[in-house]
Design a protein around this ligand. Structure first.
Ligand SMILES: Nc1ncnc2c1ncn2[C@@H]1O[C@H](COP(=O)(O)OP(=O)(O)OP(=O)(O)O)[C@@H](O)[C@H]1O
Ligand SMILES: [Mg+2]
Length: 316
């Protein structure tokens, strides 16, 4: 079983309309609602691939109940912890005539020290059954900056390898706690290191404590810096579609590769094919199986030159 942790789970609401007219009333053609947050998206992908998953995190209020109802409807195993605050909603307004989307992100609940302690205990009850744990997304307000480092220490105590997809201060504070793998995107790499070159930046994050760094570069695929070597994997073409959640599909593939000890080049090829197939599916957390199958043999994986003797400075 793979456990996914979504500290700031959300109800993702998508409004479809022809064209958004600011400063006026807009009639919505169709509305869709589903449970979201990065860990939930990762779990959806793993579930669709037939891998047992358990979803945890913090949810509360009326929105929390709606999140849980939708998780159940999707067939995901829900071990979320209920908190007194109100979970957040995200609202995406899709303008179908122009193919543009406007997104509003609510901040989510404020989580108190006591609730966080309760969550850490709750996690300790779930970790013993897990082959790996995925820690994903933003942290709710009120949590300490090193919240992910704390979760990593709990995973280590149970001997469970952890995959981390976080950014900014939360990512930097977590590195010394030794995640098995991190998956920053291009912006997150630069923000965390101040380095423009993705390979140098990935090496800096590896030196700062990540067991392996797989950086996703949009249509340019992924670069990986691991103890076994460095690679660049990319698909044959840029796809049009919805890139939101593509990183979560990459995380799902990389976590499966970790659990099954798949050789790195194959892991990376799978991550690129599955994430590109997620771009081809309209909703975050979904992927197009036909695109996945078609792309898998067409991903090119290139070995990169070994580490230079001098490493760039670890994170500032
Ligand atoms: N336009 C595209 N065409 C083909 N593949 C893509 C495209 N965009 C993304 N991908 C694939 O998806 C992977 C992840 O994309 P990206 O780097 O945008 O992740 P991300 O910013 O972390 O996404 P998110 O956080 O929204 O899930 C890429 O490494 C690549 O394999
Ligand atoms: Mg991402």
């Amino acid at each position: 079983m793979i456990l996914t942790v979504t500290p700031n789970a959300a109800l993702d609401i998508t409004h479809h309309l022809d064209r958004l007219r600011p400063h006026g009333s807009n009639r919505v053609r169709a509305v869709a609602e589903r449970a979201g947050g990065k860990g939930v998206n990762v779990a959806r992908v793993l579930h669709a691939l037939g891998h047992p998953t358990v979803v945890t995190g913090l949810v509360g209020g009326i929105t929390g109940r709606a999140i849980r109802a939708e998780l159940a409807a999707a067939g995901l195993t829900d071990r979320m912890l209920a908190i007194p605050g109100e979970s957040r909603r995200t609202v995406a307004v899709v303008e179908e005539s122009v193919g543009d989307t406007t997104v509003l992100l609510e901040p989510g609940p404020v989580v108190g020290v006591e609730e966080w302690e309760r969550f850490l205990h709750h996690l300790d009850t779930l970790l013993p059954g897990a082959a790996a744990v995925v820690l994903s997304g933003s942290l709710p307000r009120g949590l300490p900056r090193d919240a992910y480092a704390q979760l990593l220490r709990h995973a280590h105590a149970h001997g469970v390898p952890a995959v981390l997809d976080a950014d900014g201060a939360a990512l930097r504070a977590a590195l010394p706690a030794g995640p098995a793998l991190i998956k920053p995107n291009a912006d997150e790499l630069t923000a965390a290191t101040g380095l423009a070159d993705p390979v140098a930046a990935a090496r800096a994050l590896h030196a700062a404590g990540a067991g392996a760094v797989v950086a996703s570069l949009g249509a340019d695929g992924v670069i990986a810096v691991t103890p076994h070597g460095s690679w660049h994997a990319r698909g044959p073409e840029r796809l049009a579609g919805n890139p939101t959640g593509a990183g979560d599909a990459a995380v799902a593939a990389l976590t499966l590769g970790l659990v099954t000890r798949t050789p790195w080049p194959d892991r990376l090829a799978e991550a690129v094919a599955l994430s590109a197939a997620a771009v081809a599916a309209p909703l975050a957390g979904d992927f197009d199986p036909a695109v996945h199958r078609a792309l898998r043999p067409r991903v090119n994986v290139r070995h990169l030159a070994p580490f230079a003797a001098e490493e760039p400075d670890p994170c500032p």
